[in-house]
Design a protein around this ligand. Sequence first.
Ligand code: ADP
Length: 475
Amino acid sequence: SRALGSLGQSRAKFISAEERTGVTFDDFAGQEYIKKELQEIVRILKNDDEFQDKGIYCPKGVLLHGPPGTGKTLLAKAIAGEAGLPFFAANGTDFVEMFVGVAASRVKDLFGNARSFSPSIIFIDEIDAIGSKRGGPDIGGGGAEREQGLLQILTEMDGFKVSTAQVLVIGATNRLDILDPALLRKGRFDKIIRVGLPSEDGRYAILKVHARNKFFRSEEEKHTLLKEISEQTEDFTGAELQNILNEAGILTARKDLDYIGRDELLEALKRQKGTFETGQEDSTDIPEELKLRLAYREAAVAVLACYFPEPHRPFVETDISSIRSQPNMRYTEISGQVFARKSDYINSIVRACAPRVIEEEMFGIDNMCWISAKATLEASRRAEFLILQTGMTAFGKAYYKNYSDLVPNLAMKLEALRDEYMRYATEKCSSVLQEYHLAVETITDILLEKGKIQAEEIWDIYKSAPRVAQPPVSP
Ligand code: ADP
C-alpha cells in the first residue's frame, strides 16, 4: 500500500507534494471555456475504465501558456483537487540551477515519485527553463545541462503507457515560442491551452472569488465597488486583482474599520498600478528620471558584484534598456559544484540590498518607486532561507519548509533574527556604496550615456576609483 502520509516530505526537496490540493474549479474565475476543457479531462481521469472502454484516453500532457499571474498554477492544482489526485510540483529552473548533471536525475526523481502514487498529477512550472529549443540561443545558459533534462522528460513521457496507471503532466510557460517542438508532439504535451488576461467580466468574477472572505457593508455595495474596480483594471492579471483586495483588506484593518470601502479599494488599486511593470523594451521611451534611477540601480548592483564577486556566476554586462523591478545585470551560466558557506549566503543578502539602498540614498525614502521591489524581496527570502532551511544560524538545528509552518512563537523569533540580518545587510551595503561612491557615479554616467556597460569596464572603474574610508559595520 502507498504511504500517502509521507507525501509532504518528498526526499527530493525541489519537489513539493500535496496529497490533496484542496483547490477546485470554483477558485478560478473568468475564461469559463478553459474550465470546460479541463473538466472534461477530470472526468476522464476519474472514470478511467468507462472511457477506456469507449476508446477515449486522457491526454498525457497539458500545456498551459500565458502571462505570469493568470492562474496557471491554480488551474493545475484545481485539476488535481477536482480529480482527488496527489499533486507533485517542480519548477523548470530547479532542474538547471545548481549542479551540473543533476537535471536528468531530478526529472527522474519527479516522475518516479509521481508514478509511485499514480494516478497522480505532475506540474512543471516555467517549463521553458528546461524545455527551450535545442540549438537555439542559450538564454540563461546551461545549454547541455538543459538538453539532458529535456531528453529525460521526453523519455519519461514516452515511457508511460496509456493505461490505468496514469500520471498527467501539466506544464506551464509564458514563452510558448521558445519551447522545443519535440515537447509539443503527439503523446507528449498535445493539449495546449492558452490562459490569457481576463476580460472585464472575468475581472469582476475574479474579484468576487477573492472577496469571498472579506467584509463589505452590503452585497449591493460590494457589487458596485467590484464593478468599478473591474472597469479600471484593463490588462491586470488575476494575481494582481487578488493583491488589490488583499491590500484593501490591510488598509481597512490599519484604519480599524469593519468593512472595506471605496477609499481603501481605490488606494489599493493605485498602489497596485504603481508596482505595475511596464515591460517597455526601448530605452528611448523611458522617462529621464526613471533612466537615472535605473542607471544608479545598475551601478550599485555592479559595485556590489565587484565587492562580493560570485565565483560561480561572473557577471557579463548590464544595461538600462528595460524597466523591470529586478536588476538587469547579466551573468554567465552556473557551472561546477556550488560550495556555499554561511558567509556566501550573507554576502548574497548584502548584494541583493543594493537597489533598495541606493534608491533610498539618492532619492529619499519617501520618494522611492518600485524598481527595487524584487531585489528587496529576494534579500528577505534569502535571509529567511538561511535562517529556516540551512541550520546555519542561531535559529536552531531544525529545518522548516516555510514561514507558514511556524507557530507564532517561532515566527516572532524568525522575524527578529531576519530583521537582524536585514539590518546588517543594508548597513553593510550602504557602507560599501559610500566607500565606492565615485565608482558608482562613474558607472552611472556611462550607463546614461551609452545605455550599457561591460564587465571589464566595470572592474577597471571599481579597481581604480578613489575610495572613501568607512567605519566597520558590525554583524
Ligand atoms: P501563474 O501560475 O499563471 O503565474 P498563479 O496560479 O500562480 O498564476 O496565480 C497566482 C494567484 O492569483 C492564484 O493563486 C490566485 O489566487 C490568483 N489568480 C490568478 N488568476 C486567477 C483567476 N483566473 N481566478 C481566480 N484567482 C486567480
